[in-house]
Design a protein around this ligand. Sequence first.
Ligand SMILES: *[C@@H]1O[C@H](CO)[C@@H](O)[C@H](O)[C@H]1NC(C)=O
Ligand SMILES: *[C@@H]1O[C@H](CO)[C@@H](O)[C@H](O)[C@H]1NC(C)=O
Ligand SMILES: *[C@@H]1O[C@H](CO)[C@@H](O)[C@H](O)[C@H]1NC(C)=O
Length: 504
Amino acid sequence: MRLLSFLIICQCAIKSLSSHSASNPNVILLMADDLGIGDLGCYGNRTLRTPNIDRLAKEGVTLTQHIAASPLCTPSRAAFLTGRYPIRSGMAAYSRVGVFLFSASSGGLPSEEITFSKLLKQRGYSTALIGKWHLGMNCESSNDFCHHPLSHGFDYFYGLTMTNLRDCKLGQGSVFLKGTEKSIVTSIQIIGITLLSLATVHFIGFLKVPFQALGYCLLITAILLVVLLFFFYNFRYLNCFLMRNHQIIQQPLSYENLTQRLTKEAVQFIGRNTDAPFLLVLSYLHVHTALYASKNFIGKSKHGLYGDAVEEMDWSVGRILDVLEKSNLNNKTLVYFTSDQGAHVEEISSSGEVHGGYNGIYKGGKSMNWEGGIRVPGLLLWPGVIQAGTYIDEPTSNMDIFPTVIKLAGAQLPCDRIIDGHDLMPLLQGKIIQSKHEFLFHYCNAYLNAVRWHPRNRDTWWLQAASYNKVTLNMKNVYSLQKTITLHTHNGISVGLGIICWNV
Ligand SMILES: *[C@@H]1O[C@H](CO)[C@@H](O)[C@H](O)[C@H]1NC(C)=O
Ligand SMILES: *[C@@H]1O[C@H](CO)[C@@H](O)[C@H](O)[C@H]1NC(C)=O
Ligand SMILES: *[C@@H]1O[C@H](CO)[C@@H](O)[C@H](O)[C@H]1NC(C)=O
């Protein structure tokens, strides 16, 4: 036993010794919410203007087969921060709703999980999370902050512990009330029919019905329904707030200049840390609904409010790159851009406008385990260290960021648990040409749907749909990949709220 643990420690030590040319770089991780791979100029969009994000591609590496660990926010972000499949940390649901919806929920990313922020902080990095968290807040009380970003290795937090939701913005409709109103009407109908039948039975004389007791039951039901409606109508006040560290600073959240505020916080954080290594995770609220954009961007894009939001986010990325350049930090900083999952293609506003993005040739989108739900942009920039204008078609995962930044910071990879991501640096620097991911597993919540297999030393990809007859088909390129997935899934999947991940 002792020998075994000695061997494990040795192996870990050897692994962390194979370091890269540059060490202790700053790390900036930019994450969009629900952005489609087909929304960006560098991935082929010709009408949305994303010059700053495109710059990352031109001056850095474009990953063309970059895969999110889940097509939903909470599990995908848990995987991103821990380098592990969400099911390993318990951040994958067995019920239909796969994300946190209420700030008062007691769930969240478990304290035992090791995030890259924890490890980088231990290595002396200044660490900040600006924007969306969506991995829980409290356990037992309203202020123990056990799941809060500050308990997961971030020194500084400015943003939302929850997610942006339509219910947070006046006039944007509700993700809850649509379904709830219907079920309330149905409940009333059922109660009515039941009462009528009982009354009939009573008057015929078949049965003595205790109408008084029944009256109390109905009263209690009515009170519960009213409380529920009150909660959803006041959701904005209860659930949508902006925090700085442990302090609530705006409740309800205001959307006015929100991206400017997030960007300003990020710029100030960089400014405070020009002399020491830092980790900045800038997790945009764009382009999840409720959509919003500031005065300079509203009505300016060719794709409605959705396009305005994408272009505003692109502006923000540009600001960050400018500041890096001005502070002479660009050669010392690894910048990564991605989206937590594919575009929410079915999202339509209350007025009927399309509020979801575009996943290019890939079928499906957020909350579905079709390629469009998980194939996300992956752009990496580090001038002088990784080759400009490179394309990498190998399968990579958003879980790869964990081991990549851990190694760059000179920290030890945890040895007591399985890390599913692989260090990206050898691939990015052209030291290896094949990704270390021989297999990638595709889960919908806690259910395995498919496996992507990239046989070693071969130029092929295979995709096996787990819930179908274990048929394996060869896929030579993305087009046939898309077709094959189509063959293997049901038609007409409906994901009403977009928070449901069906087990196909
Ligand atoms: C938002 O930004 C605009 C333009 O910079 C400015 O005129 C306005 O006062 C800002 N609003 C708030 C609430 O900061
Ligand atoms: C660009 O993105 C918009 C918004 O998602 C989409 O409607 C449009 O089809 C895309 N255009 C191209 C050429 O990909
Ligand atoms: C940064 O790297 C680029 C590319 O190697 C090089 O041309 C430039 O001179 C470097 N700048 C600094 C400030 O080191």
